[in-house]
Design a protein around this ligand. Structure first.
Ligand code: DOR
Length: 422
């Protein structure tokens, strides 16, 4: 078969390779010095550029419908494309909430209008109607409309019986529940860790046990039902230790964490910095180290951005009034690849946590560069320097504590189904 595209001399795990693509799929990946003759409609020469499979972000907020002033499908997916993401699981805390097939369909239609060849949103349906935690959403209809998982997002279901039924129904539909683990009475939506910094600043705060107690509930439930539950954005050592215990016991539980929990601590909120206000909050150096180890050992399966765009006027206010959230689609690739460079994350863990693990957990297509895989990959210039700022971020919102920081590495081409979408 004549390839539609050949990408030549890109570096895959430090070795130059040629990638042959036909009919939107990988035909073959050859060492570059194999130098077979091939005719291709399109040849892209990529010396010095790194080859990566498109990443999967299993936790984003794309805000459409309802909060298009923060983000919409077009801008959120622009940030995804530039940030190396081919698929993003988008949460249901929109207005209206994604608790009907009509809202799911609207999300998919808007994405198709703006980005017909991807990146693709993978909607996460609401677990309960209106995310109110009282009545189950129409989960069957949501799954049929294209939801790939279910979650009550930032409003965890307190009623454990209802939650149990939701986990069971979701599994009957072949889907997993993603749970934002937080005891709402202890957490108060605070966005700052309970500890030295919160005391000094005099802010209402959230202790790590508010998360870990809820993780313990989910572990016990997953074991009892023998049904997997996915724990969202793990932020602390206590949760990691519980997950390690559970995995050792064979409990079907999976988990994700975000780049900000691997790199930043509660000190980032000093000066009442609302850009570092996020839920769950940034914790301590000890928590950061525990999370890095957990990723390395596979106790935490996936990375995700928890991309949570908010407008400047919403963040430029008193700390207690500002919404929680950090954007991440634009920056996550550079920051986590830099961790690989510093030896804080291995390349194998980086690839697993951004690609094969989320694909396996949520049953999504993934490119592992085997013949027949979707031709979803990107080229990355590891030397490109850029500064995080309003002009360099594609997301409509710029609420990241990394503003002004120098980054290394930029996506130069992003192929989805063999088409460059950038
Ligand atoms: O910081 C957060 N922001 N955490 C969440 O769980 C929700 C998110 C949002 O939607 O803004």
């Amino acid at each position: 078969m004549t390839p539609q595209l050949v990408v030549r001399r890109a570096l895959w795990k430090d070795a130059p390779v040629d990638v042959l693509v036909a009919a939107g799929h990988i035909l073959e990946v050859l060492p570059h010095d194999a130098r077979r003759d091939f005719e291709a409609a399109w040849v892209v020469d990529a010396p010095g550029l790194l080859l990566f499979p498109s990443l999967i972000d299993c936790h984003t907020h794309l805000r459409e419908p309802g909060f298009e002033y923060k983000e919409d499908m077009a801008s959120g997916l622009a940030a995804a494309a530039a940030g190396g993401f081919g698929q993003v699981l988008c949460m249901a805390n929109t207005t209206p909430v994604n608790d009907t097939a009509a809202v799911t369909q609207l999300m998919l239609d808007k994405a198709h209008e703006a980005w017909p060849f991807g990146p693709f949103p993978r909607p996460v349906g609401a677990l309960t109607k209106g995310l109110c935690g009282v009545e189950l959403a129409v989960m069957g209809e949501l799954a049929e409309a294209g939801c790939v998982a279910f979650s009550n997002d930032g409003r965890p279901v307190e009623n454990t019986e209802l939650f149990r039924r939701a986990v069971e129904y979701a599994w009957d539909l072949g889907k997993r529940v993603i749970d934002h683990c937080e005891d709402p009475h202890m957490a108060l939506g605070a966005g700052v860790n309970e500890g030295a910094v919160s005391s000094r600043l005099g802010l209402p705060a959230q202790p790590d046990v508010a998360e870990a107690m809820h993780v313990a509930r989910d572990i016990l439930l997953a074991e009892y039902l023998d049904i997997p539950i996915h724990v969202a954005h793990v932020s602390c050592r206590k949760s990691v230790e519980l997950l390690a215990w559970a995995k050792k016991r064979g409990v079907p539980i999976s988990a994700e964490t975000c780049p900000h929990y691997l790199m930043l601590t509660e000190e980032a909120v000093e000066g009442y910095n609302t850009l570092a206000k996020v839920n769950p909050p940034l914790r301590t150096k000890d928590d950061v180290l525990a999370l890095r180890q957990a990723l390395a050992g596979g106790v935490v399966d996936c990375l995700c951005t928890d991309h949570a765009p908010h407008a400047a006027h919403e963040k430029e206010t008193e700390f207690e009034d500002a919404p929680c959230g950090i954007t991440g689609l634009d920056t996550a690739l550079s920051t986590t690849w830099a961790m690989v460079g510093r030896g804080e994350l291995t390349r194998a863990d980086f690839l697993r946590a951004w690609t094969t693990a989320p694909a396996a957990i949520f049953d999504l297509p993934v490119c592992a560069f085997a013949p027949g895989d979707p031709a979803d990959f990107f080229l990355f210039d590891p030397k490109a320097r850029w500064v995080v700022g309003p002009e360099t971020l594609k997301s409509k919102s710029k609420n990241t504590p990394l503003l002004g920081q120098a980054m290394t590495g930029r996506v130069t081409a992003h192929f989805l189904g063999g088409k460059n979408v950038l």
